[in-house]
Design a protein around this ligand. Structure first.
Ligand SMILES: [Mg+2]
Length: 247
């Protein structure tokens, strides 16, 4: 999809994909909600929704094209499983906190999952939302942090350090858990519901996970894949080179 569209953000999609798949396939019930705050991982979300039969395969081929239903960031309406347009970073947690409080006020069951990047914890609105969620003791809220330690312009440590983020957020009245974001068993343990407070799960991830040429590389944030990277990725995953070259 990203190759055909000629767009980047591949690294941050691959770091978040395992968590998104796990939540959607094993945890998300009809009354639960998922908010992708790091909207630039829309490609991974679309693939996840496709894998659950909520998006048609034909739609995937239109990713990022003019007139598509699948733009580069999640659209505000029109797709099942997506409730908000996101990707202006720092907006997802405020929305998720609102959903979690609304569920409680309406006496509804259901968990709310919010997947944030690590870089967007530099946004004030994310911290305002965390204060709100902790104060409201939204135990039905689980916040996942894709802690790949890279953001658009450098490592999180270089740009504006909150590292290690689990220790920083432990100062709030939330339950902090940590897990390898590519270890499904570890994530299953870490993503069990909270009891009396919001749960924050720091997922230790690798940007570009699964494609050695991208793993841990800053340029996997913005840059489109090269043909060599596409070939390596496809060989690694399927054992075969791409069936066609880019358009
Ligand atoms: Mg990051």
């Amino acid at each position: 999809m990203h190759r055909d569209a000629g767009v980047g953000h591949v690294g941050g999609n691959l770091s978040a994909l395992d968590a998104m798949m796990l939540v959607h396939h094993e945890m998300l019930g009809a009354s639960d909600r998922f908010v992708l705050s790091k909207g630039h991982a829309a490609g991974a979300l679309y693939v996840t929704l496709w894998s659950r039969g909520l998006i048609a395969e034909a739609d995937l081929a239109t990713f990022h094209a003019d007139g598509t239903r699948l733009p580069g960031h999640p659209p505000a309406r029109g797709l099942p499983g997506i409730r908000f347009g996101t990707g202006s970073l720092g907006h997802g947690l405020p929305l998720a906190g609102g959903l979690a409080l609304a569920a409680r006020l309406q006496g509804r069951d259901g968990r709310v999952f919010c997947l944030t990047s690590d870089g967007e914890w530099q946004e004030g609105s994310t911290f305002e939302a965390l204060i709100f969620c902790a104060h409201q003791r939204l135990a039905n809220l689980t916040i996942l942090i894709d802690y790949n330690r890279l953001q658009g312009f450098g490592t999180t440590e270089e740009v504006a350090s909150l590292d290690p983020i689990g220790r920083v957020l432990a100062g709030f009245d939330v339950e902090i858990r940590e897990a390898d974001g590519h270890d499904l068993a570890a994530m299953r343990r870490a993503l069990t519901p909270g009891t009396d407070r919001p749960v924050v799960v720091v997922l230790h991830t690798v940007k570009g996970h699964g494609v050695p040429a991208l793993e841990g590389r800053l340029d996997s944030h913005y840059l489109p894949l090269t043909e060599d990277q596409v070939r390596e990725a496809m060989l690694g995953v399927t054992g075969s080179p791409p069936t066609r070259e880019s358009a």
